[in-house]
Design a protein around this ligand. Sequence first.
Ligand SMILES: [Mg+2]
Length: 454
Amino acid sequence: MTEKNCEELAEKVEPDWEVSRHLTDGDIIVFNRQPSLHRMSIMAHEVVVMPYKTFRLNTTVCTPYNADFDGDEMNMHALQNEEARAEARVLMRVQEQMLSPRFGENIIGAIQDHISGTYLLTRNNPTFTENQALDLLRATSVDELPDPDGEEDGEPVWTGRTVFSELLPDDLNLEFRSEADDEVVIEDGQLVQGTIDEGAIGAFGGDIVDTITKEYSKTRARVFVNEVATLAMRSIMHFGFSIGIDDESIPAAAGEQVDEAIDDAYERIDELIETYRAGDLNSIPGRTVDETLELKIMQTLGKARDSAEDIASDHFADDNPAIVMASSGARGSMLNLTQMAATVGQQSVSGERINRGYEGRTLSHYEPGDLGPKPHGFVENSYRSGLTPREFFFHAMGAARGWWTPQFGPPSPATSSAASSTRSPNWKRSTTAPSGTPPAPSSSSSSARTAPRR
Ligand SMILES: [Mg+2]
């Protein structure tokens, strides 16, 4: 049935006919992204018919679907009878899936630019003129501003926190710590202090979204998440947000400090190896001498990476976009930045330094039995300075996804189950061994071939 033939058909139609029609706005459909790993992999959406032939979806549901836009395919099912439509609307609608049945907090919420946007809006609490404030709120249901917060150049101005507060329920009271590590205080629906970032509105248990879902309603939470997303997008457009290669560089003096830290580590490792060769290395209880040496080397290199991170983070400005993304929880981590700007660090396969290759050595470029950092996959260059061919080779071993077994914390989202991307804000996946906590060498090491030998 189409618009053209609907009148003609309406006259002909008799009981028992099956009438097919096109989808229209407001129809409820079932939408799915494979692999369907949990309940929220199939949700019911309301249709908005748009031009062109690709599915488009509200980015706040990317998390439960585990969807991104690098070629993802999804399936849509148009429901064929009233019972199915009613069931879908009551049980499967997106807003009914706000809370994850796995960890009991919201799984739908702001992601990436939404988080950078609200961070920019609330971190330093900038001011906006009436036009700017209304522009930020243009896609929300708010069409009137509260009393201004002050005056600038004779014009009334509103702060970012006031603008954000317009989206909150009027009687909301909440206190929590933000991802950026400041205290967020909301009194009677007004953001009094603090930064709104992943900890507040994020898709994995963002405190405001979670609280609204549980204490108000799922409908209120849906409205809130939608409005936060649009406000954040306007905010990010207002300020402008981009990164380039210069944002990941540190001054030459800082680079030298990093080199110094690495050289210090090399020296300490040389001493360790000497002690080991002399047979004077005391083993840690429960470990062999070989394992002890490996552990201590990893520890030393880890510390060097840590100081590199400290040096690098000292030299990045707070308004550096990459820093904004890392500290707000929008995307990336300080480790990513360190690897770009300072040093990539130790590559590991199965939680150990790289030991595979030829007999007694990893590559024919090195002497057999050399236990130093470089022959076993320590990459001292940064991504920005560029890797040497040998570093590149080790990096390729460590970088292969799913090849290493995670040793530090919960299983990787990529290796466990994609859609249930583990909720672990503090745990960022990395191919380098985090310092301080060297991995326990596995006893059934397949790489004993080139393990330290006397
Ligand atoms: Mg994808």
